[in-house]
Design a protein. Structure first.
Length: 407
């Protein structure tokens, strides 16, 4: 038998994976400053920078897993998502992971907890600790969707001209720790990697050690400065980004200008949601913000009533994302609809423009128009969340609403 040379059977090594490309310290500061225009969103971005947690783990984090007294939190669960929906599951390595927190991150989470409590209390809800840390509802019962986090972060980075993704914040956390001299095993533990210190990861109680405490403090001193958060109406007047804040500012301005009198009832949550093509949860958050500013009184089961007229905060129009101006319910367009000029947009660019007859207060019809327009492009239906539908009355330039799918 002829011997086969092992050289002839050798295979070239696999090509090395590309080096991670985390955002620079300068870009990280710009991203954080932009995100902090919405303190809830800024808190999530900050926590991802400091812990390096996966987006599904952030979505699955509950307040009972956050120990502010001992400056630590535990990642036990994660939210998974596919085209059929979302579900709660174990973390990627099926293990609990405890992360020490630096003093500034403890402060960030304490402020976020206070905001959550205030929003809940405005509706007569008492938080128990089982709520999601990041939620779309005042009672914290509904978690965020991982894909939506990635899309929102992508839009934020796109506005800043930074080519990056939410996942690269994990690389940012890891590389900054390594630059600070933290050992690889500790870095692997903080990120929940399945390699490099497997024994330490399996026995997580032994992992929270002096090295981890040094790691949290080392990253703290390398973090960009956290922007100061304006309070109350100042924050919104500086440029609201979220639909609930935009709705609140529109109502606030109508009250300040006397369009809505003191003592008058605001539209119901359902009516506000329909007129602005948003969910009822978003409309509820808008009313909670108005109550925080001291201009309305609202309680569960009762319509909000205007209790005070604030002084107009400015004389020039706000430069913000357009918002539907709320009209009295009896002035809504008929269900048969009106002629609308519609623009399908993606990442701020107009993809196509068309005209259709529809009721701009009917979210189901707007979703049908958005879905149909996307399908006619031959685009994968799974990417529909990346598109927006700008709605205008036919022949008019002023924007009536921006509709996005809630799927």
């Amino acid at each position: 038998m002829t011997a086969v040379s092992p050289i002839t059977q050798a295979e070239p090594p696999a090509a090395p994976k590309p080096n991670p490309a985390p955002p620079s310290t300068e870009d990280a500061a710009r991203i954080l400053y932009e995100a902090w225009k919405d303190p809830d969103w800024g808190t999530l971005v900050w926590l991802t920078m400091t812990t390096g947690a996966r987006r599904g783990e952030q979505c699955g984090l509950r307040w009972k897993h956050v120990d502010l007294e001992h400056a630590a939190l535990t990642y036990e669960r994660s939210i998974a998502q596919d085209e059929d929906g979302t579900w709660e599951k174990d973390t990627k390595q099926h293990q609990q992971r405890r992360n020490a927190l630096d003093p500034e991150t403890v402060t960030v989470l304490a402020e976020h907890w206070s905001r959550c409590q205030e929003r809940a209390a405005a509706l007569g809800i008492v938080l128990t600790g089982d709520e999601f840390v990041f939620s779309t509802t005042p009672d914290g019962s509904r978690h965020l969707k991982p894909a939506s986090l990635g899309q929102r972060y992508g839009r934020l980075a796109g506005r800043l001209g930074i080519k990056t993704s939410l996942h690269k914040l994990r690389h940012y956390s890891a590389t900054e720790l390594i630059k600070a001299g933290v050992d690889i095993r500790t870095v692997a533990g903080r990120l929940g990697h399945g390699c490099g210190g497997a024994t330490t990861l399996r026995v997580y109680t032994a992992w929270v050690s002096e090295a981890d405490q040094r790691a949290s403090l080392s990253l703290h001193v390398r973090m960009p400065a956290r922007p100061a958060v304006a309070q109350g109406s100042e924050r919104v007047l500086a440029g609201p980004e979220n639909p609930y804040a935009q709705i609140a500012v529109g109502l606030y301005e109508q009250i300040a200008n006397g369009e809505i009198e003191v003592g008058a009832h605001l539209p119901t949550v359902k009516a506000i949601a329909a007129m602005n093509a948003v969910s009822e949860g978003t409309a509820t958050r808008a009313l909670a913000l108005l109550k925080e500013w001291g201009v309305v009184e609202a309680s569960r089961g009762r319509r909000a009533v205007v209790t005070a007229r604030p002084e107009p905060a400015h004389t020039e129009p706000l430069v913000v994302e357009p918002v539907v101006v709320l009209e009295p319910v009896e002035q809504q367009p008929p269900r048969s609809g009106v002629l609308l000029d519609l623009r399908l947009c993606c990442a701020g660019e107009t993809i196509r423009a068309f005209t259709a007859r529809a009721n701009p207060s009917d979210p189901d019809k707007l979703e049908q128009l958005l879905t149909g327009a996307v399908r006619r492009l031959g685009t994968d239906a799974g990417d529909i969340d990346s598109y927006e539908l700008e709605v205008r009355l036919h022949g008019q330039e002023s924007l009536l609403a921006i509709f996005v799918t809630t799927s």
